[in-house]
Design a binder for this molecule. Structure first.
Ligand code: BGP
Length: 470
């Protein structure tokens, strides 16, 4: 019996290793690029790090208990590559394998289906030193690491994702420059990293199939669904360009098993060169995923290039300013600003309708794939009362709207099999540290990492109960 018929619908929540585990150097864990960045880089603006994070490493039972009590039937988390392979390749850490075995087994004991992501930004430092995602050898390193995970956990884990948000990750590491290795406006590296990430994913998916693991595997894409400002003059052209920039290098390989047919044209427009694998056609064909994981927060609202030099607009500070977020690519296109849409303190659109439009678009353009919403949530500053309880009505309001639009898309035939709220409990936010909170459960980072469920936790629990009662 497969898990989709057993569970009917997967309702859960998600985290990522570096953002919640802590125990950054416990046992023989290797150092990741994020450990190094947060400890040594002057670009770590808030001087926070994930050394202890939410201390999930020692609190995982409590967190999984709370998922179960909250009626969640699945949990998405990632494996820290440097816990399994301290150097990224070579020697395996048994302590690392044991930790994930404990987490997986405890999930299963509580009837929580583990959904494992192999890579969520925390590259082993040794690999970063060898050029990271620009080194063409990385696709084989990743494949080896994936194979070790399949061998060790594939008997119990049925839901897998290779890589989290290759596009957004390539963007932050190469264009915005706020994620290590902090390259700025480096379009060449942006496109090459995406290509290498997709090739790595394809190889791992092929390995998974060859090993005949009983389960499904896919990749997780950030929702970059493109919408055109109605004032745009060359709307068709701009749509094609922006869609390539945000989506197509990921979605075509992931869902169709091939590179986008417009690749050569786009190489001309953006002016980059790609170092390509000789047998790429075969590799991408064999590396098509079983489903798409979609992290859905907002859309990409774009228009024609107006004027001015290439520039990125990214509000890292959470100061509440209402400035445009996005990019201007000189002579090509730029992000637009929609004044009518609500925004969070970080200048990002809070726009639940996009859940519906993105899902419909993917259904219509990519052969109606199986989809899981692997992340969706709302980050904000929060104050608990004296008992530690948080009345997060703002989160609940937005959460409800997102679910409404997801259900509407499902009613219209979009094949959504699961939903994971971001995040299970409060965790480290990559650039904004611990003040930007997403959790259904409050974590008191100053006080023994005490967990207190928020109002949204109970709201979600009741939502799930009602769903199954219908
Ligand atoms: C996604 C990432 C997550 C998470 C989330 C919220 O891009 O996959 O890891 O952090 O965004 O983003 P942030 O923490 O920057 O607000």
């Amino acid at each position: 019996e497969d898990i989709f018929s057993k569970k009917q619908f997967l309702w859960g929540s998600a985290t990522a290793a570096y953002q919640c585990e802590g125990a950054w150097d416990e046992e023989d864990k290797g150092i990741s690029e994020w450990d190094y960045f947060n400890h040594h880089s002057p670009l770590n603006i808030n001087q926070e790090d994930g050394d202890s994070a939410s201390d999930f490493y020692h609190h995982y039972k409590k967190d999984i208990d709370m998922m179960a009590e909250g009626k969640q039937n699945t949990y998405r988390f990632s494996i820290a590559w440097s816990r399994i392979l301290p150097k990224g390749y070579g020697e395996i850490s048994q302590a690392g394998i044991d930790f994930y075995n404990r987490v997986i087994d405890y999930c299963l004991e509580k009837d929580i289906e583990p959904n494992v992501t192999l890579f969520h930004y925390d590259l082993p430092l040794e690999l970063a030193k060898e050029g990271g995602w620009l080194n063409s050898k990385i696709t084989d390193y990743f494949n080896e690491y994936a194979k070790i995970c399949f061998e060790n956990f594939g008997d119990r884990v049925k839901l897998w994702a290779t890589i989290n948000e290759p596009r957004y990750y390539a963007y932050c590491t190469n264009i915005v420059g706020n994620y290590p290795p902090n390259r700025k406006l480096d379009f060449q590296s942006y496109f090459q990293s995406q290509y290498n990430l997709m090739l790595a994913s394809a190889k791992a998916i092929h390995t998974f199939k060859e090993m005949k693991i009983d389960g499904v595997i896919g990749i997780v894409h950030d929702n970059g669904s493109v919408e055109i400002d109605p004032a745009t003059k060359e709307s068709e052209n701009i749509f094609e360009i922006a869609d390539f920039f945000y989506n197509r290098l990921i979605l075509c390989p992931a869902l169709l098993g091939e590179l986008p047919p417009e690749l050569e044209k786009m190489i001309g427009i953006f002016g980059f060169t790609l170092l390509r694998a000789e047998n790429e056609t075969e590799l991408f064909r064999l590396g098509k995923g079983d489903y798409l994981g979609l992290n859905l927060y907002n859309r990409q609202y774009v228009t024609d290039w107006q004027e001015g030099k290439t520039e990125v607009f990214h509000n890292n500070k959470g100061s509440g300013s209402n400035n445009k977020e996005g990019i201007r690519v000189e002579n090509i296109f730029e992000s637009s600003f929609d004044e009518t849409v609500r925004r969070n303190k970080w200048g990002r659109e809070v726009n639940p309708r996009v859940m519906y439009t993105a899902l419909k678009e993917i259904k219509n353009r990519y052969e109606n794939p199986m989809i899981m919403i692997t992340e969706n949530g709302h980050g904000c500053y929060e104050e608990p009362d004296e008992t530690g309880y948080v009345v997060d009505d703002e989160r609940i309001e937005i959460f409800e709207q997102f679910l409404f639009y997801m259900r509407k898309a499902m009613d219209e035939g979009v094949n959504v099999k699961g939903y994971y709220h971001w995040s299970t409990m409060d965790i480290y936010s990559w650039i904004n540290g611990y003040r930007k909170r997403y959790g259904l459960v409050r974590v008191d980072f100053e006080n023994d990492f005490t967990r207190t469920p928020k109002k949204s936790y109970f709201w979600y629990r009741d939502y799930i109960i009602n769903y199954f009662a219908e």
